[in-house]
Design a protein around this ligand. Structure first.
Ligand code: HEM
Ligand code: HEM
Length: 140
């Protein structure tokens, strides 16, 4: 049932560990922002709060668990790019959304678009991996 993991798979597990750790930090930040906006009734922060939790916490946690559990991945470069784009896109998009809903100008709009596009890339690459990688769901 268990396979001996090679060097490449250890590296992906390393990404998994960091995705889960960053997700844990986002859970904390998101819950604190939620408590703050609830207390102050500042509903401009709801989209930022929601995305910090559903993207920063839940999605990064899901990707992290994926890399922890699925040790054998054939498309290694795609997986590496997916891990980095989810760390950067998932990490920065919710924060840029939070800022955008507070201060709307050309810079914050561009920042929101760029970080959301990186997140979109991560979402697309994840779909590519689970549909086209030959090793992920292969039986040992
Ligand atoms: C200490 C914990 C939390 C507090 C105090 C809190 C507080 C709030 C408040 C006050 C709102 C605005 C509701 C409204 O529009 O009237 C909200 C919305 C939201 N929260 Fe939280 N929240 C917390 C944790 C979480 C967690 C753990 C998640 C997800 C894993 C989450 C996801 C969301 C989402 C998706 C929305 C938007 C809902 C919508 O658009 O209707 N929250 N939260
Ligand atoms: C490419 C990335 C994404 C963009 C640009 C985006 C943008 C948006 C926008 C503009 C809203 C409406 C906010 C408002 O004015 O109330 C929204 C709502 C929402 N999105 Fe996203 N989103 C993205 C990804 C995601 C993902 C990956 C999830 C779930 C994992 C998600 C979950 C939600 C939820 C639950 C709401 C309703 C909560 C709210 O009112 O803020 N979004 N999104």
């Amino acid at each position: 049932m268990f396979r001996i993991a090679g060097k490449g798979s250890e590296k992906m597990q390393h990404y998994g560990k960091w995705l889960i750790r960053i997700a844990a930090v986002y859970a904390l930040i998101g819950a604190m922002i939620g408590s703050d906006l609830a207390g102050r009734k500042d509903y401009t922060m709801v989209p930022g709060h929601a995305h910090i939790l559903v993207v920063g916490w839940l999605s990064l946690f899901a990707y992290g668990i994926f890399y922890h559990i699925f040790k054998e991945i054939g498309m290694k470069r795609t997986a590496k790019l997916q891990a980095w784009s989810s760390l950067i896109g998932g990490g920065l998009m919710p924060l840029s959304m939070l800022i955008y809903y507070k201060i709307e100008n050309t810079f914050t709009t561009l920042l929101f678009i760029v970080t959301a596009s990186v997140l979109l890339l991560a979402i697309i690459l994840f779909a590519v991996l689970v549909f086209f990688d030959k090793k992920i769901f292969a039986r040992s």
